[in-house]
Design a protein around this ligand. Structure first.
Ligand code: PLP
Length: 374
């Protein structure tokens, strides 16, 4: 198998798997229980919480565990709307957010909030000034992802949030950092983000665990109520095996973020040169985007080419993998429309991808363009 769909999910690393198995076999207590078994589970969960907090330059008390980034963003947006939305009704967002944010915004719109979606300008670039112009005294939240999951564009979160905070200090800022975490070094305070959504399974941990960073002083009302776990913000027994796996992956990958970025950049350059030899292929991702995500267009329908490549054991994605083949509006925001959108493929790398895997992909793609009908 040549797995080039790392933006959809990643292979869990051995450290994550071992941490999860150890929790299930040896440390399976409920972290809320008052006895020793509960305490042991809680200590391990606290260790993971500290590792994740440290990676953001934050305190353990800033981290709430969730089932994944979808839940983190739902909690961030719905929780903030419930806490702050009685008097203020406007939310400003980028128009290229993942469905976990965008669909949540649509739901909030249906319940009476006003959502202003800001599109990028030429070259897919966002202007912080556009966000400032869209904010007013009625605005309580601005949300902007750090790396786009479909194209790899890096959004100017730090510049935008800093400008927003200067002009409107009370506005809360949220960033979906799923595709940036453990790939770009950032601190919560550098981004000027009050809320940050993270996912375990995108960083070689296990599906089913995510986190929400909440800056001290930001109030969120819970969207899941019950036993008041996670400081009452997210009730429900924590998944200690998956949380331990999340912590183990962050521990493994937080030390060499820039070296892995360099390696991914080499791989992106290598693939770009290979694809330049196929005249029918165009690269949609920007040169200065995340090297982990490369969006290309080729002349066959995405799904047809995807399945052709699958026949050679090569896995890529068409559009956003989360949408199960449904075309999202995001590529169009970045100027990928018409035939280019119909034939768009997303190749997403890990630092363990090899040049020979990329050779095989490029040669299978070339064959597919020649052989596949339609
Ligand atoms: N945000 C982005 C940018 C993503 O790419 C994804 C998954 O594709 C998510 C959020 C959702 O994450 P999860 O699967 O942890 O709910």
């Amino acid at each position: 198998m040549i797995y080039l769909d790392n933006a959809a999910t990643t292979k869990p690393c051995d450290e994550a798997v071992e941490a999860a198995v150890k929790m299930m076999k040896e440390n399976f207590g409920n972290p809320s229980s008052l006895h020793r078994a509960g305490l042991d589970a809680q200590l391990e969960m606290d260790r993971a919480r500290k590792i994740i907090a440290d990676s953001l330059g934050a305190e353990s008390s800033n981290i709430i565990f969730t089932s994944g980034a979808t839940e983190s963003s739902n909690l961030a947006l719905r929780g903030a709307a419930a806490a702050y939305g009685r008097r203020k009704k406007r939310i400003v967002a980028s128009a290229v957010e993942h469905a976990s944010v965008d669909e949540t915004l649509t739901a909030l719109e249906k319940s009476g909030f006003e959502v202003v979606r800001i599109s990028p300008g030429a070259g897919g670039k966002f202007e912080p000034a556009d966000f400032i112009s869209a904010c007013n005294e009625d605005t309580f939240l601005v949300t902007m992802m750090l790396v786009n999951n479909e194209t790899g564009h890096i959004l100017p979160v730090k510049e935008t949030f800093s400008a927003v905070k200067r002009r409107f200090p009370d506005i809360i800022t949220h960033s979906d950092c799923v595709q940036a975490y453990m790939k770009i070094s950032f601190r919560a305070s550098q981004l000027n983000a009050d809320l940050i959504s993270l996912s375990g399974h995108k960083i070689h941990a296990v599906k089913g665990a995510g986190a929400l960073y909440i800056k001290k002083g930001i109030r969120l009302l819970p969207i899941v109520t019950g036993g008041k776990q996670e400081k009452g913000i997210r009730s429900g027994t924590e998944s200690t095996p998956l949380i331990a796996a999340f912590g183990a992956a962050v521990e493994k990958y937080s030390g060499d973020i820039s070296q892995r970025w360099e390696r991914a950049a080499e791989l992106k350059k290598y693939l770009t040169e290979k694809l330049a030899e196929i005249p029918e292929v165009t690269i949609n991702s920007p040169e200065d985007g995340s090297p982990y995500i490369i969006n290309i267009s080729q002349p066959k329908r995405s799904e047809i080419m995807l399945h052709y490549l699958e026949g050679s054991g090569i896995y890529v994605s068409s559009g956003s993998a989360c949408s199960k083949g449904q075309q999202s509006g995001v590529p169009a925001q970045f100027g990928i429309t018409g035939k280019a959108a119909d034939g768009a493929l997303r190749i997403s790398l890990s630092s363990e991808t090899t040049e020979s895997e990329l050779d095989e992909f490029a040669s299978a793609l070339k064959n597919g363009i020649e052989k596949v009908r339609g």
